[in-house]
Design a protein around this ligand. Structure first.
Ligand code: ZN
Ligand code: ZN
Length: 712
């Protein structure tokens, strides 16, 4: 008999302990089982197996075994413990965060396997027409015999005719990820400056190197060379990139060099695809993983190097469930594997740069563009004086004109999607708000709807005021759709591509839009921050930034840092190859230090000014922040609970700064009212016990819930 210790799928912190069961057959460690619990059958995760083990209680039997072998290894199990302790969560929640769909220790998940149709060449005696024989000959020369690809090329009726006559056969195959680009890209030789960085990363005594390389300095070339070096040492390499657009570019670069040694993970994969990639990695079939945030949990063995590209990017922070920061997990895994970490960015996060200044990280600088082109010239368009022609200033219009005339391309950044960003009633003066959130509705012209960008609410009732019924509505503010329409009318000779969440529904569409602009099928690209990072276009010489002022107005301590980063990143898209890049920033606040420092390409100057603000307001890196969010449908209850939590913490915590409870930036979201309490601390030890106590008591409270973001 085996004594089996399991943790249950319930992530409530009060149940974060092992429960004993028995089994007559041996069960693998770190696998999932079905066990009876409170008269229900639930999923458990095996943390210990003791042969002949005894218990003082009468044990229930394990009902079923889900996995034939362990689903994680020792290293990842210890990582779960690290996360549990660091983020004050339960261990099962850490495991549920780490594992891909299909392997999560949780009930009610189905594993979907997707099949694709392929064509197999077969023999037959049937007579073929001349045309059919020709097509068959061509198909025999094809390297990829995927049905959908062939149909597009040779037409459905032709393929079907050949199938009917027996020359082709349709078969189904489990979907494998087909890499997007088969183009062979040559390894470029490193410049002496890049080479220096390369050697310093390899020979560093410190675990972490921070590479501060200006846009266009060829950071990804260094990544490729470092990857090759570690593969030759028999090690594996993990490459993390921010969400979506950058995944594609990096994927393309890595895939063309390291064809079969690479697995790709990002959030747009189906569950089945993610599951398959995960299995491939854990079976050791690949040595390189390129992916977004959650790939930090990829079950690679023998890791030699972890690269975090655009390390400052906000997508590295998980913002729901267990709210971890990828960089923390990266450093923990590197120490498990005795591996090196390379954090890279043109605008390192304030927190990382501080660590580099304090010599916790090795600080590496690359301040020359790859082909030695100068950084673009940045001009401000002061909207207090500059006449605005409808939507954008005359100055912007004439610059676009000039750029197009020189056969160059234009990128326009506006970080608001939709058509109008606000609808107001002229009779009762109310702004039309989402019924579930206190957020103004956005008008979308393409769908003729008003929608909420926070909860998904959408209505076709666009002609009447919700509050007084008046039809006298005015639409204010503009988003990417409105600007696109304006540009289409103004530059009618030019094709325009728009990239934002509404225009782009899947990765294929995104790739096509990027390719269209790359191939100059369109000459103006307008988009939200999706277009700001990583993209590299030969002829994009003009970048225009609209309404940056909105990005300076958010009320979170790091909004300023994000706005600065956005400006630097998007400016960096300009003149990468011609060296004649120009950037125009429209603003009502030309003297704001973010805009001033961005204009001078002066990151370190910005850093100093921003650090003064951080110090003044006790923000990171001077203090760490725990953000407690109290939410519920009953407004009175929420406020009452937030009050009492504030008072409790105020009485019981020492050496911390606690801000009185106040409304969250979005006070009502998806029908729930939200209040927050900010706790600033130097060491987690000073808040740990009380936070855990609060979490335990809220695990069971009805009506009000408490979520806590440690190290917010
Ligand atoms: Zn009204
Ligand atoms: Zn809403």
């Amino acid at each position: 008999m085996f004594l089996i210790k399991v943790i249950t799928e319930y992530k409530n912190i009060n149940l974060d302990k092992t429960f004993d069961y028995y089994s007559d057959v041996e069960i693998p460690l770190y696998s999932r089982v079905l066990v009876p619990f409170n008269n229900k059958e639930i999923v458990g995760f095996v943390t210990e197996v003791v042969e002949g083990g005894k218990s003082e209680f009468e044990l229930l039997e394990v009902k079923g075994i889900i996995d034939e072998k362990p689903i994680i290894n020792d290293e990842l199990f210890s990582l779960a413990t690290f996360m549990q302790e660091k983020y004050l969560s339960s261990r099962i929640q850490a495991l549920q965060t780490m594992l891909p769909p299909g392997l999560k220790p949780i009930s009610k998940q189905k594993e979907e396997v997707i099949y694709d149709l392929y064509i197999e060449i077969s023999d037959s005696d049937e007579k073929l027409t001349e045309k059919q024989a020709e097509v068959l000959g061509n198909i025999k020369k094809e390297s990829i015999l995927k049905n959908s690809v062939l149909i597009e090329k040779y037409k459905t009726h032709m393929i079907n005719a050949l199938v009917k006559k027996g020359y082709l056969k349709k078969i189904k195959k489990k979907r494998e990820l087909v890499l997007i680009d088969e183009k062979e890209v040559k390894f470029l030789e490193l410049t002496p400056l890049q080479e220096e960085v390369y050697h310093k990363v390899i020979n560093n005594d410190k675990t972490v190197s921070l590479l501060h390389g200006i846009t266009g300095s060829g950071k990804s070339e260094i990544f490729l060379h470092l990857t090759e070096y570690h593969l030759k040492q028999g090690k594996s390499v993990l490459v993390l990139v921010p969400e979506i657009t950058l995944t594609l570019m990096m994927q393309e670069k890595f895939a063309s060099h390291f064809k079969n040694e690479i697995a790709i993970l990002h959030s747009r994969l189906t569950n089945a695809q993610r599951y398959q990639e995960y299995q491939k990695i854990s079976e050791g079939k690949v040595k390189i993983v390129v992916g977004t945030r959650s790939s930090v949990f990829a079950p690679l063995n023998n890791i030699g190097l972890i690269i975090v590209d655009e390390e400052h990017d906000s997508s590295y922070k998980q913002s729901s469930g267990l709210m971890y920061h990828t960089n923390d997990i990266v450093i923990e895994r590197a120490s498990n594997h005795n591996a090196k970490v390379l954090l890279a960015s043109a605008t390192p996060s304030i927190v990382s740069l501080t660590k580099a200044y304090q010599k916790q990280y090795q600080y590496l600088v690359l301040n020359q563009r790859f082909f030695k082109q100068p950084l673009p010239k940045i001009e401000l368009v002061d909207l207090n004086y500059e006449p605005i022609n409808n939507i954008v200033s005359n100055k912007v219009i004439s610059s676009i004109n000039e750029t197009l005339k020189n056969d160059k391309q234009v990128i326009i950044l506006l970080n608001r999607r939709g058509y109008n960003t606000m609808i107001q009633c002229r009779d009762c003066q109310e702004t039309l708000m989402c019924p579930n959130c206190n957020v103004a509705l956005t008008y979308h012209n393409s769908t003729k709807t008003m929608s909420c960008h926070h909860c998904g609410f959408s209505t076709r009732n666009i002609n009447n005021c919700f509050y007084c019924g008046s039809t006298n509505l005015k639409r204010l503010g503009f988003g990417t759709q409105r600007v696109e329409e304006y540009l289409v009318n103004t530059f009618s000779e030019t094709t325009i591509t728009r990239i934002d969440q509404d225009a782009i529904k899947n990765i294929k569409q995104l790739q096509k839009s990027i390719d269209d602009f790359k191939d100059k099928k369109s000459n103006i690209l307008i988009g939200t921050q999706m277009i700001a990072k990583g993209l590299d276009f030969d002829s994009a010489d003009l970048v225009v930034v609209l309404n940056i002022d909105a990005s300076l107005a958010f009320n979170s301590y790091d909004a300023i840092e994000s706005a600065f980063t956005l400006l630097v990143q998007v400016s960096g898209r300009s003149g990468r190859h011609s060296g004649e890049g120009k950037v125009l920033i429209e603003t009502f606040q030309p003297n704001h230090y973010v805009i001033q420092r961005a204009q001078q390409h002066d990151y370190l100057g910005f850093y100093e000014l921003e650090m003064k603000q951080r110090k003044k307001y006790d923000n990171p890196p001077y203090y760490k922040i725990a953000l407690l969010l109290v939410s519920g449908e009953d407004e009175n209850k929420v406020v009452k609970e937030a009050n009492s939590i504030y008072e409790y913490l105020n009485e019981n915590l020492k050496d911390v700064i606690i801000h009185n409870n106040m409304n969250a930036p979005i006070y009502k979201l998806a029908s729930r009212y939200r209040q927050q309490i900010v706790v600033k601390y130097k060491s987690i030890e000073s808040i740990k016990d009380e936070i855990l106590r609060l979490k335990k008591s809220y695990g069971s409270k009805k009506g009000v819930s408490l979520t806590i973001d440690i190290d917010y």
